[in-house]
Design a protein around this ligand. Structure first.
Ligand SMILES: Nc1ncnc2c1ncn2[C@@H]1O[C@H](COP(=O)(O)OP(=O)(O)OP(=O)(O)O)[C@@H](O)[C@H]1O
Ligand SMILES: [Mg+2]
Length: 392
């Protein structure tokens, strides 16, 4: 791996918790990694540590086989050959585009510098814009100049921290696709931070979901969506609900009883013995629930959101359980209406059953995720189960 982060922790002075907590990830040369997660989860801190702007409390960062950060040593930022693009891309307003882009090219002769500036401006789609000033450019064009400026010195790694966040949505989407093409054309290895999962999916070869300083999963978009490693990832990516389910073995096959009916012919399902009494929670995605007038299971529409080609309905079953469903938008039902639904699930994602408030009260293990209790990793267990099966 070209970038190798191992068990990295970063701690700000006086902060009670590490801002980045035992994070490990690897990025191959030429790949684009994306970090997503809620505000304050440590994305910027991780980027700053990789850039050398923050010292590390534990773990290490290797770039191209060289250790650049560890408890034992710290290579200064200017010796890392890392390019950065931030949210406030701050071009120098008094310098024209050519001079802005040439900023990191002081070591080159004038003719070489001009050639490199022309080359990267072409790459970002702004060929011949050297003489324009930043105020003559749109937000998107200015952002592309900032990208050209970061790419010009041929950094070995490019770090981008929410570079599109002050652009309007339409422009962001276009730039996200353009950015991927530009980075690939430049052969750049890059780590990109965003809040926006569609942007992450559009740009990343590998995507990491962070929460409270920890990296929950570092995989391709398909795996994050279909095989979320933790409840947090399942919740953060896409739309869906966790619903109580029981696994049984019937005729040598595992079936899953859920409030929406029995799921059979499911792949990737653990054996019932994986959970006490086969009882677990399953993730039902909005695209696992199909609207079908003939289905015996009915549910009441309690919320609806128009998304162009489809509605995202939140539905309540007679049992009180809720599910979500993507339904083609020509099925325009009203709130309070009961519609037929069935589950169409080909692989199930199971989690340890979440603890009830009562169980939480009885639990003797320290809970690191109060309110998000249970089963992030199975660390949180009722006292009885803990003493029976958990040596901790
Ligand atoms: N300079 C600092 N000193 C002390 N604490 C800080 C500092 N910078 C960030 N933090 C804290 O570290 C944690 C992680 O912050 P960070 O900026 O890395 O989050 P983020 O994921 O980039 O959030 P956002 O999406 O809002 O940009 C937060 O709890 C934040 O309050
Ligand atoms: Mg940030």
């Amino acid at each position: 791996m070209f970038l190798e982060v191992t068990e990295l922790s970063v701690r700000y002075a006086q902060a009670p918790k590490a801002a980045v907590d035992a994070v490990s990830l690897g990025l191959a040369a030429g790949d684009i990694g994306v970090l997503i997660g809620p505000s304050g989860c440590g994305k910027t801190t991780l980027l700053r540590a990789i850039a050398g702007l923050e010292k590390v409390a534990a773990g290490q960062i290797c770039l191209g086989g060289q250790t650049v950060s560890s408890a034992a040593g710290h290579t200064p930022p200017e010796a890392r050959r890392i390019g950065m693009v931030f949210q406030d891309y701050a071009l120098f307003p008094h310098l024209d585009v050519g001079r802005n882009v040439a900023f990191g090219l002081q070591g080159l002769k004038a003719a070489e510098r001009a050639a490199r500036v022309a080359e990267v401006l072409k790459l970002v789609g702004l060929e011949g814009a050297e003489r324009l000033h930043p105020h003559q450019l749109s937000g998107g064009q200015q952002q592309r100049v900032a990208l050209a400026r970061a790419l010009a010195p041929q950094p070995q790694l490019l770090l981008l921290d929410e570079p599109f966040s002050n652009l309007d949505v339409e422009l962001r989407e276009r730039l996200a696709h353009e950015l991927r093409a530009i980075l690939k054309a430049a052969g750049a290895t890059a780590l990109f931070v965003t809040h926006d999962q569609l942007e992450a999916f559009a740009i990343g070869d590998v995507i990491g979901v962070m929460h409270e300083g920890r990296l929950h999963q570092w995989e391709d978009a398909y795996s994050l969506y279909h095989r979320p490693a933790t409840r947090f990832v399942a919740d953060f990516i896409g739309h869906g609900v966790f619903t109580p389910a029981t696994l049984h073995e019937v005729d040598g096959q595992v079936v899953v009883d859920t409030p929406v009916g029995r799921l059979s012919d499911v792949t990737e399902c653990p054996l019932p013995g994986a959970f006490e009494g086969g009882q677990c929670d399953v993730l039902l995605r909005a695209d696992d629930i199909v609207h079908d007038d003939d289905a015996p299971v009915k549910a009441e529409i309690i919320r609806k959101a128009f998304r162009g080609s489809e509605f995202l309905y939140t539905l309540r079953l007679a049992s009180g359980h809720q599910v979500m469903a993507h339904v083609p938008s020509h099925h325009d039902h009203t709130l309070g209406e009961w519609i037929g639904i069935r589950a169409q699930v080909d692989h199930v994602v199971t989690f340890q059953r979440a603890c009830s408030p009562k169980q939480r009260e009885l639990c003797q293990l320290p809970c690191e995720h109060a309110g998000q209790c249970a089963a992030e990793t199975g660390r949180f267990m009722p006292a009885k189960a803990a003493s029976a099966s958990d040596p901790a």
